[in-house]
Design a protein around this ligand. Structure first.
Ligand SMILES: *[C@@H]1O[C@H](CO)[C@@H](O)[C@H](O)[C@H]1NC(C)=O
Ligand SMILES: *[C@@H]1O[C@H](CO)[C@@H](O)[C@H](O)[C@H]1NC(C)=O
Length: 170
C-alpha cells in the first residue's frame, strides 16, 4: 500500500481538469473527464509497484495556482492541447503493441470525442502560444522517456500513471 502511494506521490504535480470550462458546459465536460479517466484505469496492465525503479519527474510546467489562472483565461485552448498531446502519446504504433487494443481504442475515442466537442466551442480563444509551448515541451519529455526506455511495459505504466494523475486532481 505504502509503495503504491509512493508511485503516485512521486510522479508529478499535474493538476488539470477537463471539467473547468464554461459553467454551462461543465457537466458535459465532466462526463468526458470521467470517461477518459475510466479508460485510463481500465487499460492498466501491470502493478505500478513493480515499476518503482523507472519513476521519473516529468516536470509538469505549472503549479496548481497557475493552472487556476490558465483555466480562467485560456482554459479551452489548454484543455484542447492537453487532450491532443495525450492522444498523440497513445496513438503511437508502439502503444498498440503495449496495450489491449480494444481498451486502447476506447481510450482514444473518448479523447477524440473530447477534442471534437472543444472544437465546437469556437467562441473561446484557441490561441495560447505560451501554454502551448510549455505543454509541448512537457509531452516531448514523456515521448523521449518512452523512447529511451524502449517502450517497456514499466515505462508505459509510469506514463499511464502520470497522465492519470492529470485527471484525478482538480
Ligand atoms: C448559461 O445558460 C443560460 C441559459 O441557457 C444563459 O442565460 C447564460 O447566459 C449561460 N451562461 C453562460 C456563462 O454562458
Ligand atoms: C482486451 O480487453 C477486452 C475488454 O476488456 C477483453 O474482452 C479482451 O479479452 C482483451 N484482450 C486481450 C488480448 O487480453
Amino acid at each position: 500500500m505504502a509503495q503504491i502511494y509512493l508511485v503516485m506521490a512521486g510522479v508529478m504535480l499535474c493538476s488539470i481538469s477537463v471539467c473547468f470550462l464554461d459553467q454551462n458546459l461543465s457537466a458535459v465536460h465532466c462526463v468526458e473527464k470521467r470517461e477518459i479517466f475510466k479508460h485510463l484505469q481500465e487499460i492498466k496492465k501491470i502493478p505500478s509497484q513493480l515499476c518503482l525503479k523507472d519513476r521519473i519527474d516529468f516536470k509538469f510546467p505549472w503549479k496548481r495556482e497557475s493552472i487556476t489562472q490558465i483555466q480562467k483565461t485560456e482554459g479551452t485552448c489548454y484543455c484542447y492541447l492537453m487532450l491532443q498531446q495525450i492522444s498523440s502519446v497513445f496513438s503511437k504504433k508502439d502503444s498498440r503493441a503495449a496495450w489491449n487494443n480494444t481498451l486502447l481504442d476506447q481510450l482514444l475515442s473518448s479523447l477524440d470525442l473530447g477534442l471534437r466537442r472543444l472544437e465546437h466551442m469556437k467562441k473561446d480563444n484557441m490561441d495560447c502560444p505560451h501554454v502551448g509551448s510549455a505543454l509541448r515541451k512537457y509531452f516531448q519529455g514523456i515521448q523521449l522517456y518512452l523512447k529511451e526506455k524502449k517502450y517497456s511495459p514499466c515505462a508505459w505504466e509510469i506514463v499511464r500513471v502520470e497522465i492519470e494523475r492529470c485527471f484525478s486532481l482538480t
